[in-house]
Design a protein around this ligand. Structure first.
Ligand SMILES: [Zn+2]
Length: 106
């Protein structure tokens, strides 16, 4: 399978969100691959992590284009998305970031 930049295609409207999901599933189900799935799809480790947490490719593409959330939606404190102390979770119909060890999370 050819390597591609899935998010870039989404951002530029070359594929739909559904098509992105199909491509992602196809790569993930291809067990003959030795290249990590996120590399084939052109996602960074951080983008792939968010996807693995349940963010859609569309959400991650939006973050790549417009910038990542920089505050925890639970406590409002700063999150540095380049450092992996966060979880991507749906909150109020939107994927947002939360500290893994959030002081306010119950
Ligand atoms: Zn927090």
């Amino acid at each position: 399978m050819e390597e591609s930049d899935l998010l870039d295609k989404l951002i530029h409207g070359k594929i739909t969100s559904d098509e992105a999901d199909d491509i992602g599933s196809a790569v993930l189900s291809d067990t003959s691959q030795t290249t990590p799935a996120h590399e084939i799809l052109g996602l960074s480790q951080k983008e792939w992590t968010a996807y693995a947490h349940g963010a859609d490719f569309e959400d991650v593409a939006y973050w790549r284009q417009h910038g990542w959330p920089y505050r925890c939606f639970v406590c409002g404190r700063k999150i540095d998305s380049d450092n992996f102390g966060w979880l991507a979770r749906e909150f109020g119909g939107k994927i947002q970031l939360e500290h893994i060890a959030c002081p306010k999370a119950g």
